[in-house]
Design a protein around this ligand. Structure first.
Ligand code: PBG
Length: 337
């Protein structure tokens, strides 16, 4: 039956959605493997990669396997990694002493990656949570009720200098202590490391979505809970303006890259920060964001490939220049196809 019903429309947006060619022509957010930073977990010893049960497809690598993984990533166009050590619990104490060991696992890992894959950009976390028995990012006040800001910053400065000397391109303070960016910048400069850049975890929220990461680095196990309460230093998820205060401070203190974390649930913050700063903006798609997509895919409820791509495009569209994501390798491979 011929359809005689015709709308008299001047504009028909569907015209530009008609073919793949037209859709590609008008696509405004482009994700490249080079925009991705792969977070990688490293353990001591020569064992096989240990799967992280709450993060399908994520492993803790020996240094030898870490190097292999970096080669693979580099071949796929992922040119940056963020390294996270998982320490033997015997090495942890209340003060996170192992963080300042000149032979620390992460330092050896950085050296090995830089030697074998020199073109790889390497970032390391500056915080004490992999090193403390309580799983907090710093040392505690004498009564144990809170993280001691200034004493923690002093340790983080030494840690940053050690990492810089080991050859990292970016130190990434993820601890959320006040004043740490400026203090770390001054320490790096005093140590002759003025070329080491700071990727500041600027707006890092106190999120429950860090749970699987805490399994991966063992901070949950050390503390006996994944629900570590970091609300006296990480931002309240209910707050928006506070992120701008942190941006102002980190910029003034000398941050080279401004980060928002988590990413997918904080797209409004990413957009706001993008507008507020001229600095490059990074967003961290955290472990829980990764795990929930995998979990739903395992149940057959969501399509893994489509959802992971959409999640990353959304983060890029919100204004992130670069994205830390556990999907880095798989998505880079997909982008190459
Ligand atoms: C700790 C740190 C955390 C993450 C990166 N660095 C967790 C926390 O604050 O407890 C989370 C990353 C993720 O969930 O993927 N300094």
């Amino acid at each position: 039956m011929p359809n005689s019903f015709k709308l008299n429309l001047l504009y028909r947006p569907r015209r530009l959605r008609r073919t793949a060619g037209l859709r590609a022509l008008v696509e405004d957010t482009v994700l490249r493997p080079e925009n991705l930073i792969a977070p990688l977990f490293v353990v001591d010893g020569k064992g096989r990669p240990e799967p992280v049960p709450s993060m399908p497809g994520v492993f803790r690598y020996s240094i030898a396997d870490l190097v292999k993984e970096c080669r693979l990533l580099s071949g796929l166009g992922v040119r940056a990694v963020a390294l996270f050590p998982k320490l033997d619990s015997a090495l942890k104490d209340a003060e996170g002493t192992a963080a300042l060991s000149p032979d620390a696992l992460v330092l050896r890992a950085v050296g090995a990656v830089k030697k074998a894959v020199p073109e790889m950009t390497v970032a390391t976390d500056i915080a004490l949570d992999p090193y403390t028995v309580h799983g907090h990012d710093g040392v505690l006040t004498p009564d144990g009720s809170d993280v001691d800001n200034d004493r923690t910053v002093e340790i983080l400065c030494s840690m940053a200098v050690l990492h810089a000397r080991a050859g990292v391109d970016l130190v990434a303070p993820s601890d959320m202590m006040d004043g740490r960016i400026g203090a770390i910048r001054r320490s790096l400069d005093a140590a002759g490391r003025e070329q080491t850049a700071i990727m500041a975890y600027t707006a890092k929220y106190a999120s429950a979505y860090y749970g699987p990461f805490r399994d991966a680095v063992g901070s949950a196990k050390a503390a006996g809970t994944r629900s570590l309460d970091k609300r006296t230093y990480q931002l309240n998820p209910a707050n928006r303006r506070e992120a701008l205060i942190e941006v102002k401070l980190d910029e003034a203190e000398g941050a080279d890259i401004i980060m928002v974390k988590p990413a997918g649930l904080y797209l409004d913050i990413i957009r706001m920060v993008r507008t507020a700063t001229k600095k490059p903006v990074a967003a961290y798609q955290v472990s829980g964001e990764y795990s929930q997509i995998h979990a739903a895919a395992r149940l057959g409820w969501l399509d893994l490939e489509l959802c992971r791509m959409e999640s990353l495009i959304a983060i890029k569209r919100a204004g992130a220049d670069m994205i830390l994501t556990y999907f880095a390798k798989d998505v880079a491979a997909e982008l190459r196809r």
